[in-house]
Structures are given as C-alpha cells and as structure tokens.
Design a protein around this ligand. Sequence first.
Ligand code: SF4
Length: 77
Amino acid sequence: MSRAPEVTQRLRVDPVACEGIGLCAQVADRLIELDRWGYPIVAGDLDRSQVKEARRAVRACPRRALWLEETAEGDRR
Ligand code: SF4
C-alpha cells in the first residue's frame, strides 16, 4: 500500500514583479534573506511553525511578488 505524498509549502518569488525593497525580509527574517542587491532568497520547504510567518511576508509584499505554493514529495522544483 502506498502512502499519500506529504504536502508542504514553500515561498515563491516573482523576480519580475519584485522591486527588491526588502519588506518581506523584515517581516520574516528567519525565512527570507536578501542578496546583495536587496532581492529575496527564500527558505525551502516550510514546517508548520514557519507557515504563519511566511503568510505575513506574503501579505506585506506591496508588489504581490511573493506567494505560498504547495509542493508534494517528489515535486521539488
Ligand atoms: S516585499 Fe515583495 S517586492 Fe519587496 S523584496 Fe520582498 S518580494 Fe520583493
């Protein structure tokens, strides 16, 4: 019997929409770092305790360049 794939969430960034202002990294400093140009580098798969912080970062983004995406095991991109 096969197990259902485990679903996790991760942050994604639209590099075209992002303006590199860095508000998301201020709101979720444990999940998002900024590169030297001020663009976000996001954490990989999030555990439950990190999802709430990630949602705050998504809401804080003035460009709607950040979102949460569900990923299943074996569907890592
Ligand atoms: S808050 Fe939005 S626009 Fe600003 S750096 Fe983060 S993702 Fe980019």
